[in-house]
Design a protein. Structure first.
Lengths: 168, 137
């Protein structure tokens, strides 16, 4: 008896009630995408990339489309893939203008590198034929609002204090 | 952050991907792309983590989980809980992790919620098991 298997997570944080159902739907889709690769005799390193790609393409999750924004309002993505059989590693960090960072990380796994960061990572992705996209394709209204909320947090507190009806 | 761990009947792999944290400094990188922190895999187990990036990196959380499984394939869940407890008490950071060994799986988090889904498939009987969760219990 051979059991092939996959387990996925969609991030551990204070997920609000209104995001619960979509998160559950998205995580099921991701695990389904991964197990189908295994059922078709695919390798575990390709199954995890299929599952994570599904979540990167789902705006409910903080990766790819729907990723958190830097204080400049830009998207910088980090990802890694590791294969236990031979300890091979592929990773990118601060990758810009590419939708699926995990797929670029998968390409790094097959290269002689283990980690490529920043502009070099974007250049590597371009060399491997990945489409270079504008940040606008990765930014969601939800994340824009989250950034604005933090940007204005200081102002909010200040105005409350100035209004004199608050305490530390 | 999102992650996946798989076993294809022969070997393990893990994958983790993230946009980081809102309002981060450009160039700030957390644990996700760092082998041993955001994810780790060897011949007997694999793990993917999520949570406070700097804390996970200090705890070397993914490697700590895989190492915690040791030779006992039934320890995945215990290894995840022990590693998260260490990170919380020693470093004061919260997060979550998923893990697979040949005989077990582990899911743990000490934040409000973490969506997770486990699917196993018996290639002989074609029996499939699906488990899904998001609340702490």
């Amino acid at each position: 008896m051979v059991k092939i298997k996959i387990i996925c997570h969609g991030g551990a944080w204070s997920i609000p009630d209104e995001a619960k159902e979509k998160s559950l739907e998205g995580i099921r889709n991701a695990a389904r995408a991964g197990i189908e690769v295994l059922k078709n005799s695919g390798k575990s390193e390709d199954a995890v990339v299929a599952a994570v790609s599904a979540m990167e393409n789902d705006p409910i999750f903080n990766a790819g489309h729907g990723a958190s924004l830097t204080r400049d309002g830009t998207v910088e993505l980090d990802s890694m893939v590791m294969r236990g059989r031979d300890y091979s590693i592929g990773a990118v960090a601060a990758l810009r203008n590419v939708k699926n960072a995990c797929q670029v990380a998968r390409e790094v796994l097959d290269s002689e590198h283990t980690l490529i960061v920043g502009p070099g990572a974007s250049e590597f992705a371009k060399e491997k034929g990945f489409e270079i996209v504008d940040d606008s394709e990765l930014v969601t209204p939800y994340e824009k609002a989250a950034l604005e909320k933090i940007r204005n947090y200081g102002t909010g507190v200040e105005s409350i204090f100035k209004a004199g009806d608050a305490h530390d | 952050t999102v992650g996946a761990v798989a076993f294809d009947g022969d070997g393990f792999a893990c994958c983790t991907s993230t946009g980081g944290v809102t309002f981060k400094r450009p160039g700030r990188v957390g644990d996700s792309p760092l082998a041993g922190s955001g994810g780790y895999a060897d011949g007997g187990a694999a793990c993917s983590t999520t949570g406070h990036g700097e804390g996970i990196t200090k705890a070397l959380l993914a490697h700590r989980v895989v190492w915690g499984c040791g030779a006992d394939q039934t320890r995945a869940s215990k290894a995840v809980d022990d590693a998260l407890d260490f990170m919380k008490t020693e470093i004061g950071s919260q997060g979550g992790a998923i893990c697979l060994t040949r005989a077990s799986y582990g899911v743990g988090f000490n934040t409000k919620r973490m969506p997770w889904c486990y699917i196993s498939f018996d290639t002989e009987t074609e029996e499939e098991e699906i488990l899904v969760g998001i609340e702490p219990e």
